[in-house]
Design a protein around this ligand. Structure first.
Ligand SMILES: [Zn+2]
Length: 136
């Protein structure tokens, strides 16, 4: 409601009021959704894609070093994101979703239309928690 105020003087107050509430959550969701869109399109700054563009000397994950840093690797295998991935799997299982492949996490296939928003919301939360948004 406060977010709909149009007066520029009040906008400063709005920003302060919204900084920790719903508006901040909406902003974070929008950033996460942009990252999801880049993941769907394959346009990320993960090493495998950069290597295809000849912008990285190798395609490998900076942590694993012998595995190409693909989107699938980012979503499903990065060892350092294990706890975040476990939380994601737990939340998805409450929706009855146990298939955790790339198309499922991006709600591209195998997800009923009534659950797609929830799946994308959870995947967005996972992506934000990894602190890797600048790389996506
Ligand atoms: Zn890795």
């Amino acid at each position: 409601m406060l977010c709909e105020l149009r007066d520029s003087g009040i906008n400063v107050m709005r920003e302060k009021l919204c900084s920790g509430g719903q508006c901040r959550g909406e902003m974070l969701l929008a950033v996460g959704q942009a990252a999801i869109a880049r993941l769907c399109l394959g346009h990320t700054t993960l090493s495998a894609h950069l290597h295809c563009l000849r912008l990285s000397p190798d395609p490998f994950c900076p942590w694993c070093r012998t595995t190409p840093e693909t989107i699938e690797h980012f979503l499903q295998h990065y060892p350092c994101f294990h706890s975040h991935r476990t939380a994601l799997h737990s939340w998805l299982s409450t929706l009855g979703i146990t298939t955790l492949d790339f198309p499922t996490l991006l709600a591209a296939s195998g997800i009923h239309s009534s659950q797609q928003h929830a799946v994308l919301h959870l995947t967005c939360a996972f992506v934000r928690k990894t602190s890797q948004l600048p790389r996506l």
